[in-house]
Design a protein around this ligand. Structure first.
Ligand SMILES: Nc1ncnc2c1ncn2[C@@H]1O[C@H](COP(=O)(O)OP(=O)(O)OP(=O)(O)O)[C@@H](O)[C@H]1O
Ligand SMILES: [Mg+2]
Length: 299
């Protein structure tokens, strides 16, 4: 067994890396990068597997990742422009316009990824990155190369129309943990061939895809965590939400940190809602973890 006091978990974000361009400012984003930065803040050795362009935004992105203590060894560089997204906030809710044919759409598989994938304890991936043939293939090969014990977390993050039933089902088959929000749930259930939705749907999904855990997040109403033999609901702390960008990613990172440390399901749920509430309290998606909060992860 790993000794959680001395051992640093190796956690990867696999997917898009892009600049979120807001009306007033620009910040580095993409769910996998946000996830990795929160995982790093919670004490993991965090990696990002993605691609940037050979351009100024690519160099700035890599420098920013390093500042967030995310290892960039597996951020490849190609001839396409670094990714970006125009973000408009409507009542604090983000709306995204995602540029096409950018560097992360061409994240080709390479031979060093295989031995690297064999060393990691958890990896988070989603649907957007897999909109291109190359990055979908890389996702499949990477996840297939991870150890059996690795947490393969599918954080659905449906964006615009960059998904299909086939992609959702393939991703569920590659995963052993699912993070899903309320809007995504009916779409994923339908893709999985479950046309009738009731309170047992989550259990059916868990069973059908042999998942260790499903995390259903409910925005300001908190979350439901379901495993093979337990379920736990948790309210979200009441907060004045400045914007909710990245709340889900911080939630996912906390779930992973808690599972790797073997925490109780109810403790994981409480901590994940706390960290996500902290992200909602301020602008941007990056980590906002206090020392007091980090103490919860020390054993
Ligand atoms: N208005 C809010 N007040 C308090 N907590 C919130 C609020 N919105 C989100 N959260 C917290 O963030 C968690 C994730 O939120 P949500 O269900 O919106 O996920 P998501 O849609 O995956 O987020 P993202 O936009 O980052 O993908 C919630 O379970 C909750 O803990
Ligand atoms: Mg989400």
């Amino acid at each position: 067994m790993n000794d959680s006091r001395n051992f640093r978990w190796r956690v990867g974000g696999l997917g898009e890396l892009l600049w979120d361009v807001f009306p007033t400012h620009r910040c580095l984003g993409g769910a996998p990068a946000n996830f990795a930065s929160h995982a790093a803040a919670l004490g993991a050795d965090a990696f990002l597997i993605t691609a940037v362009g050979n351009d100024e935004l690519g160099r700035l992105a890599t420098a920013e990742l390093s500042k967030l203590t995310i290892d960039t060894t597996h951020v490849s560089i190609n001839t396409h422009p670094t990714g970006y997204v125009q973000v408009q906030l409507a009542d604090g809710e983000p709306e995204y316009d995602i540029a096409s044919d950018v560097a992360w759409d061409f994240c080709d598989w390479n031979s060093v990824l295989e031995p690297f994938a064999q060393t990691i304890d958890a990896v988070c991936f989603g649907t957007l990155f897999q909109r291109s043939r190359a990055s979908r293939e890389t996702t499949k090969r990477f996840l297939s190369a991870t150890p059996k014990s690795c947490l393969r977390v599918f954080d659905v993050n449906l964006r615009q129309d960059f998904y299909s039933d086939d992609l959702i089902v393939d991703s569920l088959k590659l995963a052993n943990v699912l993070k899903i929000n309320r809007a995504e749930l009916p779409i994923v259930l339908r893709a999985a061939g479950m046309s009738v939705h009731d309170e047992n749907s989550i259990d059916s999904l868990l069973e059908k895809f042999d998942l260790k855990l499903i995390a259903l997040t409910l925005g300001a109403e908190g979350s439901l965590l379901v495993t093979q033999d337990e379920r736990n609901t948790c309210d979200a702390p009441k907060v004045e939400a400045v914007d909710t960008v990245g709340a889900g990613d911080s939630f996912t990172a906390c779930i992973v940190a808690g599972m790797l440390r073997g925490m109780e399901l109810s403790t994981i749920n409480t901590l994940a809602n706390e960290i996500a509430a902290q992200v909602c309290r301020r602008s941007g998606a990056g980590p906002a973890v206090s020392d007091q909060f980090l103490d919860s992860f020390k054993s």
